[in-house]
Write a protein that binds this ligand. Sequence first.
Ligand code: TMP
Length: 224
Amino acid sequence: MAHTGLFISFEGIDGAGKSTHIDGLAAAFKAQGRTVTLTREPGGTPLAEKLRDMVLHDAMDALTEALLIFAARRDHLQQVIEPALARGEVVLCDRFTDATFAYQGSGRGFDLAVLKQLEAWVQTLPAGVSAPNGLRQPDVTVWFELDPQIAAVRLAGARVPDRFESQPVDFFQKVSDGYAQRAQADVQRFVRLDAAQTREVVWQQLHHHFVQRGWLKASSHGNA
Ligand code: TMP
């Protein structure tokens, strides 16, 4: 049976614990015969991964940062996301444009109108594809919400921090507020999970949500 492509993004401040759940969902979709494209932003193509390395490690001003992130996104959409959706695959993307509005917009205080313009230029739909606001957006965005103080404890000493992970707690509070604004503006798309709960409880809630939407069978539960 031909499937309709599904585009799912995962968001949250650094330390919110997205990764294991993304892997768990990939396994659950594969277990029921779906082809899964597991990818991330910034990144997901050779060019976008080079841009990721610059964005995470090289000093630059806020507009340069936003332009590089959207350049990486354009390449990622063209090379990976759109082709996978056209083939009817499940695309699980670790971060997408909500991260730009949360980190660059809310966290860094960069002009939201410029981000909106970049979003409109970059997220154009392929010919013959339509969407409610005329742009490519995830079908669902899973937001792992976590108190920045708890995230800071989780991240402490975990690895050498990049340009974002090394930011103070109040930066992550602004990022978190940015996610809350995006979620409020698009309640249909966002699924909010309380990431302070145990990993198992977060997984159960996440899985339950996908079962309710009819995208996973209840038997595909597995372990986080
Ligand atoms: P990751 O560590 O979850 O892979 O994310 C990489 C970092 O990049 C993370 O600190 C968030 C940041 N980021 C932005 O600042 N803007 C964006 O648009 C994206 C996708 C990520």
